[in-house]
Design a protein. Sequence first.
Length: 341
Amino acid sequence: MPVIYPSRFQKERDALDASDLKVVVLIPCFNEAAAIGGVVRDFRKSLPEAEIYVYDNNSTDDTARVAAEAGAIVRFEPRQGKGHVVRRMFADVEADIFVMVDGDDTYDAGAARKMVDTMLHEGLDIVNGVRVPETGTAYRPGHAFGNKALSGLVRTIFGRGTTDMLSGYRVFSRRFVKSFPMMSRGFEIETELTIHALELQMPVGEVAGRFKDRAAGSESKLRSIQDGMRILGTIVRILRQERPLPVFGAAAALLALASLGLASPVVLEYLETGLVPRLPTAVLAASMMILAFLMGVAGLILDTVTRGRQEAKRMHYMAVPGVLSELGMRRPAPGVALEKT
């Protein structure tokens, strides 16, 4: 029987690179003619083996022309919103490793190689690009505060999270992309991407990279308050979907406490006099207690449904090979095999 020397595995792992896998760079764009040419050229230098796709989202400037002249494959998504563009990119493009970055030339293309290598060497499904501002104007204080607050909220709810949840610079494995049931339409897509990884307990990593000021002539599409509220709403919606028992259980507990608070004086008065003069209060207390029981039962039922749905998502996720599995299928098995005589 063959004998495998385990010491060879680390050497094989250290030698991994993306040359055996298909790498693509996905760039969603809306009116980024001033920046997109530089973004495409920078990523072509950083990842020369990658195909670069620019998805134009109804731009009114020359974004598509500039991107094509820079060497990108240009495609179009007519439905307005970053969520629609990302959904289209994930559905249309086939690859083993997906690098997604905004087209505003604020992210460091040089970090892409390290992000891809981190995914390969550690067998990750998502690598998040953590923004490190180069200047005081690159990352507005309001955006930084909102990002920190929302990232902390997700870590509190789901037990773990990322340092920079709202970063637009990420690397995904194929099994992440093809198992992601995307529902968002706008900038809340980053939140949904993060929570999907947390829910399926995927291996996640982070790589820090420089965050620059926007290119001259490029304007931010982010509306701080409106988009922040949409992101918060997405967190609440996903919390209700993925953690129904705590949500409905908390509502049931509040209703039960309110019911007991209303019923206590009515019950005491009945015990003393044998009368129920405050009948509307008694009816209200009884109704609230019934609602509390209904909320609790609904939470239990939805929790069972959610677990079944999570198991189905996990099975679909496991059905797609990871990056290390893809490399293993394309290369000879690692290790030295010797036949016993």
